[in-house]
Design a protein around this ligand. Sequence first.
Ligand code: DGP
Length: 120
Amino acid sequence: MSADCIFCKIINRELDADIVYEDETVVAFKDINPAAPVHILVVPRKHIPTLLDIEKEDEAMIGHLHSVANEVAKKLKIDDKGFRLVINCGADAGQIVFHLHLHLLGGRPLLQTIAKGRGV
Ligand code: DGP
C-alpha cells in the first residue's frame, strides 16, 4: 500500500471504481478514460510501481494477472474477436499511474499498432 497511490485507494475502497473482478491478489476495474469499448485495468493488490520493480517472488502473481485478464475477457465477451494487453512502463511509454497494471482492451478492431493514446 502506498499512501498517495490512486490504485491502492481503489483497491482499499477509499476511491470508487467499477470493479469487474477481484480475488486475494488481483483487482480488475474499468478504466476511467476508456480507449476502447472494453478497457479494463488488471491490477495487483501489491503496490509495485513499474514492471521494472517486479521481483522473483512476484513471478507467480504476474502469471496470475494474465489468467485474470483471460477470465475477464471471456466474462466481457471479447475473447471471441480478440483483445490486446498492454503494460506501460515509465515516462516514454506514457505511464501515468505508478502502480503496475495491465490494460485489457477490446470491443473494436485495434488496427493501430502498440502506440499509446487513442491507438492502443
Ligand atoms: P497508464 O498510462 O498505463 O499509467 O494508464 C493509467 C490508466 O489509469 C489511464 O488509462 C487512466 C486510468 N485511471 C487514472 N486514474 C483513474 C481512476 O481514478 N480510476 C480509474 N478507474 N482509472 C483511472
